[in-house]
Design a protein around this ligand. Structure first.
Ligand SMILES: Cc1ncc(C[n+]2csc(CCOP(=O)(O)OP(=O)(O)O)c2C)c(N)n1
Ligand SMILES: [Mg+2]
Length: 535
């Protein structure tokens, strides 16, 4: 192996850290990141815009559990990917953006060098918990070790490393062989605190679990604890699927709905696991904040987050899986009889009844997809059936339902994120749920699907405009304006990219197309005439 340049050294180091995929767009500033790429066991995927690049890395990270790594150029590459960094920050998704920056002594000078920003690192630092400018090649091993240490042990989020062009071009001679540093794992919670948590849960009359995206990789432990305590599990949008749809303790309805709120309030010991307890999950319509959950015990990896939105009586700081495992080893009292399904069933019925009829019909479409394709990963945009699903869709398994209708809430997320998801799970069907408006935000990324050749169904929910905003205007007494955008001809768009196209305007057609998609493992565009389902 000849490690001629710092750029090449960086590639070798990323491979040593287990990186298998990189999402990037090259330019004259970062070509040194591509020197020798052909010799390295990393697949590079080219996006059509850096925002798409970032969303692909996001979808990839959520499905693979590894950080999504991106290469961008200086300046516009960084400003273009900023939206994806913000989305990843809001949803705690591990992502590493490696960008070039102008030569040492030239960046931030204001003299007008190509792609120059006043303060590129400062810009990225608004969105990333970790940022660094590598001013000397010798710094690089430690900077990578620090970034990956955070991915292993801290609350996940985006990180940003920039390298001046002349550093990328410089010699890597003298640097240690590229290897991955051993990352520390978060320490456990003290035994006495765990025992106290176990005692409170064992003594509770009606324990209940709130589970968020931070619990996604602790499904087995969470299920074991819920079953031992006979505790219902209310799952947030990113926590959906932690318990499967037919599990007697699963509450796959939003805690923004009154019947779910009442269930939480009637508990005397709430265990919150890996959830921000934030407004987009617990107060989706900004009607009233979640009251302090009774007897709150909270598991979170982030000490600051631990006291945000609600204060736990008992904080358990650490990785959800590790803490739950330790809790399961404590004395939780005798296993309880599974006695409350009838009560929970009435909560579920009341929650479903709280949804508008159109939403219930949209959820039925999602359920038809889940039934035909039980292993599907459903990646959503900010569109009406996704809003409905966020309120009351039961995902088949953890990680099988995520979208941008929550958190930062970016239109245009779903198409590129589903491409990243498909790359991370080549054997699973991917369902991209996107509106006719949102799909146009990142339409160019359609081309990347072909490069990746994932088994993807793009469901375009066509209501001929910004439907959700139109409803909002009508409800607010504003004459609808700027919401009736004419959609393009999606049949021709599919044809332009060489993808199969089907249009559905009813349940029977929907089932036929889903059946065809499950049989023919290919990329398909399915345009849904929304009016046929909303009527
Ligand atoms: C980047 C961005 N710009 C604007 C919005 C505001 N917004 C939220 S939903 C929406 C309408 C989306 O239309 P479409 O994708 O067709 O979904 P529909 O509501 O019609 O189902 C808009 C404009 C947003 N969320 N993100
Ligand atoms: Mg629309």
């Amino acid at each position: 192996m000849r490690l001629a340049t710092v750029g090449r050294y960086l590639l070798e180091s990323l491979a040593a850290y287990g990186v298998r995929h990189i999402f990037g767009i090259p330019g004259v500033h970062n070509v040194e990141l591509y020197r020798g790429l052909e010799h390295i066991a990393i697949r590079h995927v080219v996006a059509r815009h850096e925002q798409g690049l970032g969303f692909m890395a996001d979808g990839y990270a959520r499905v693979s559990g590894r950080p999504g790594v991106c290469f961008t150029i200086t300046g516009p590459g960084v400003t273009n990917i900023a939206t994806a960094l913000a989305q990843a920050r809001a949803d705690s998704i591990p992502m590493l953006v490696i960008a070039s920056v102008n030569r040492r002594g030239q960046f931030g000078s204001g003299r007008g060098f190509l792609h120059e920003l006043p303060d590129q690192r400062g810009f990225a630092a608004q969105l990333c918990a970790f940022t660094h400018t590598v001013l000397e090649a010798a710094e690089l091993p430690e900077i990578l070790a620090r970034a990956f240490a955070r991915f292993a042990a801290a609350r996940p989020g985006p990180a940003f490393i920039e390298l001046p062009i002349d550093v990328l071009q410089s010699s890597a001679a003298g640097l240690p062989a590229p290897t991955a540093a051993v990352a520390a794992r978060p320490g456990g919670v003290s035994r006495s605190v765990l025992d106290e948590a176990a005692r409170r849960l064992a003594r509770a009359r009606a324990p209940l679990i709130l589970a968020g995206g931070g619990a996604l990789r602790a499904a087995a432990e969470l299920t074991a604890l819920a079953e031992h305590l006979n505790a219902p599990v209310v799952m947030t949008i990113n926590g959906r699927g932690l318990l499967p749809p037919d599990h007697p303790l699963a509450v796959s309805y939003s805690a923004s709905l009154a019947p779910v709120r009442e269930l939480i309030a009637s508990s005397d010991a709430v265990l919150a696991v890996g959830t921000e307890l934030g407004p987009t999950d617990y107060d989706m319509y900004a009607l009233s904040e979640l009251p302090q959950p009774p007897g709150l015990i909270r598991i979170d990896i982030d000490a600051e987050q631990m006291v945000r939105n609600a204060r736990p009586a008992l904080p358990l700081l650490g990785c959800a899986r590790v803490v739950l495992e330790a809790l399961l080893a404590c004395d939780l009292g005798p296993r309880r009889a599974q006695s409350s399904p009838a009560r929970l069933e009435s909560v579920r019925r009341a929650a479903a009844a709280a949804l508008k009829p159109a939403m219930r019909r949209q959820i039925a479409v999602l359920e038809a997809i889940r039934e035909q394709l039980p292993r599907a990963i459903m990646v959503g945009d900010s569109t009406q059936p996704v809003y409905a699903g966020n309120l009351g869709f039961a995902a088949a398994e953890p990680g099988a339902w995520f979208n941008s209708a929550t958190g930062f809430g970016t239109l245009g997320y779903a198409l590129p994120a589903s491409t990243g998801a498909g790359l991370a799970a080549a054997d699973r069907p991917i369902i991209c749920l996107v509106g006719d408006g949102g799909v146009q935000f990142t339409l160019g990324e359609l081309g990347v699907l072909r490069d990746v050749d994932a088994w993807t169904l793009i469901v375009v929910w066509n209501n001929r405009g910004y439907g959700e905003i139109k409803s909002f205007m009508v409800e607010a007494g504003i004459a609808p304006a700027a919401v009736d955008i004419a959609p393009p001809d999606f049949a021709l768009i599919a044809q332009a990219y060489g993808y199969a196209y089907r249009r559905v305007a009813g349940d029977a057609q929907l089932r036929l197309v889903l059946e065809e998609f499950s049989r023919r493992r290919q990329i398909m565009v399915m345009e849904v005439a929304a009016a046929a389902f909303d009527a």
